[in-house]
Design a protein around this ligand. Sequence first.
Ligand SMILES: *Cc1c(COP(=O)(O)O)cnc(C)c1O
Length: 240
Amino acid sequence: MEEITSNLSIIHSRIDIACEKSGRNPNEVKLLLATKTVSPKNIRKALEAGEFLIGENKVQELKEKFEALKEVPHESHFIGHLQSNKIKDVVKYVQCIQSIDRMSLAQKLQKRMEFEDRTMDIFIQVNTSYEESKFGAAPEYAIPFAKEVSQMDRLKIKGLMTIGLFSAEDEKVRKCFQLLKGIQKQLRDLDISAIELSMGMSGDLETAIEEGSTMVRVGTAVFGKRQYPDSYYWNEGKSS
Ligand SMILES: *Cc1c(COP(=O)(O)O)cnc(C)c1O
C-alpha cells in the first residue's frame, strides 16, 4: 500500500478505537486533512483514497493548489490565521472558515458576503490553552463574541475550533478540549448552535474524541513531517 493510504487507515483505526472507548459512533467524527506544505499530488492521493475534507493555513498556498485540485471532489476549509485584507481572496476558495476569532474580522467577512450576496460557514476559534503565541478568541470572550456573530446574517456558525496545548501531559491537553465543549454547552443554553467541535490533531486526537470532538484535523500523521516549524503558520506576527 502507498504510504499515504496506509497512514490513512491507521488514522481511521485510531479514530474508531477512540470512539469505541468513549461509546461514540465513528460516523460522528470527521477527518479533516491539514494539508499545509503538502503537494497537490499527495493531497490528490488522499482524496482519491476516499477522503473529502481538507484544510489550508495560508491563502497563498490555497490559491496555488486550487487549480490542481479542482477536478477532485472535496470540501476545503481555512484553518489558519486570517488577515482581514485576505478575506476577499480566501472566500473564492473555501466552503468554511474555521479561524474566526475577532470582531473586526467577523464584521469584514459579513460585509464582504453582503457585497457578494452570499453566506459563509464559519467556526469560532478559541484559544483554550491561553498561550500568548496562539490565535483564537479568549475563552471568556467566546460567548459574547459568538452572540454578536450569531446576529450577522451572512455568517453561519457551524462550530467551534481550537488547538490544544502542546504538552505530553494528557490532563492539561484534555482541559483545553473540555473548555471548548463547555463553551458549546453555554452557547446551546443561549440558543446558539455550534454543532461541530473541531479539535484534535495527530498527537492528541484520542483525547479530543473522548471529550466530544466531531472533527479532527490531521496533517503529520498522514503526510509526514513538515519542512517548516508550526510557529511559521501559527504565530505569524505574534511574539512567541
Ligand atoms: C497543522 C495543523 C493541524 C495538523 O497538525 P498535525 O500535528 O500535523 O496533525 C491542525 N490544525 C491546524 C490549525 C494546523 O495548522
